[in-house]
Design a protein around this ligand. Structure first.
Ligand code: IPE
Ligand code: IPE
Ligand code: MG
Length: 256
């Protein structure tokens, strides 16, 4: 495409295949409940059903990694009752769904700062990771008490400690070193980040990992996010062109 024409048109085919890693900012539970005159806790409860459906749909669609932002490091700023509800729902989800996830050969991983979590929650999360360690159908990554800046700061601290101990040479620290010290070590960067509820921000999610991620912002509130909404978001992703800072081959060929 050499002129301005076509700038606003969409390609007719789908250049990209199914995203390998989809990460979701599950937002809008409170507004969903409010619009129905219900307490926010009902929105969170309904949101768990959307989680179940999304895990199923992702698996069926061939997504290999699904990361769900369940509780941010800033969500501690919410009222204590709401925090308790969210902690309770995580407990409930792991207790009720872990056996099923294991049966479906899903591997569970948890990212985020584990220091501030209640002991029983930490134990449940570790049990989920341990039980499903050898599973290979899909990776379900739960971002819990997660914040991108916190994750990067913790990684920096551990890198500094490794340098102090003499296990790491400071001059050798590069991007791959940082990547390997993050909670997401071994997990590929997300291809697609979906945020529901119409907000268009990252809210401290996967700051390092999202360097070249495609974003799809959908207006629907998280409890309403269903198979059709997920498929539409993936379709939108498939129409994108990822360039990673380079010039596409076809433009090079035109000498433009
Ligand atoms: C997302 O829904 C759930 C969490 C952040 C844990 P919200 O609770 O943020 O819902 P809104 O944004 O207030 O509608
Ligand atoms: C982001 O949603 C965190 C999760 C989805 C867990 P928030 O509702 O906390 O984000 P802000 O406050 O609107 O940026
Ligand atoms: Mg919100």
């Amino acid at each position: 495409m050499t002129s301005r024409e076509g700038r606003c048109t969409r390609p007719g085919s789908l250049p990209l295949s199914t995203p390998h890693h989809v990460a979701i900012i599950m937002d809008g539970n409170g507004r969903w409940a409010k619009s129905r005159g219900m307490p926010r806790s009902m929105g969170h409860r309904k949101g768990v059903e959307a989680v179940r459906e999304t895990v199923r749909t992702a698996g069926e669609s061939g997504v290999r990694y699904l990361t769900l932002f369940a509780f941010s490091s800033e969500n501690w700023n919410r009222p204590p009752d709401e925090i308790n509800d969210l902690m309770g729902l995580l407990r409930h989800f792991i207790r009720r769904d872990l056996a099923e996830l294991h049966k479906e050969n899903v591997r569970v991983r948890v990212i985020g700062d584990r220091d501030r979590l209640e002991k029983d929650i930490l134990a449940l999360l570790e049990e989920a990771e341990e039980l499903t360690r050898a599973n290979s159908a899909m990776h379900l990554v739960i971002a819990f008490n997660y914040g991108g800046r916190n994750e990067i700061a913790r990684a920096m601290k551990r890198i500094a400690e490794a340098v102090d101990r003499g296990d790491l040479d400071a001059s050798s620290v590069d991007e791959s070193t940082v990547t390997s010290f993050l909670d997401t070590a071994g997990i590929p960067d997300p291809d697609l980040i979906i945020r529901t509820s119409g907000e268009k921000r990252l809210s401290n999610f996967l700051l390092w990992q999202a360097a070249y991620t495609e974003f799809v912002f959908v207006p629907c509130l998280w409890p309403d996010f269903d198979k059709a909404a997920f498929s539409n978001a993936m379709l939108e992703y498939q129409q994108r062109e990822r360039r990673y800072g380079a010039v596409p081959e076809r433009d090079l060929a035109l000498g433009s």
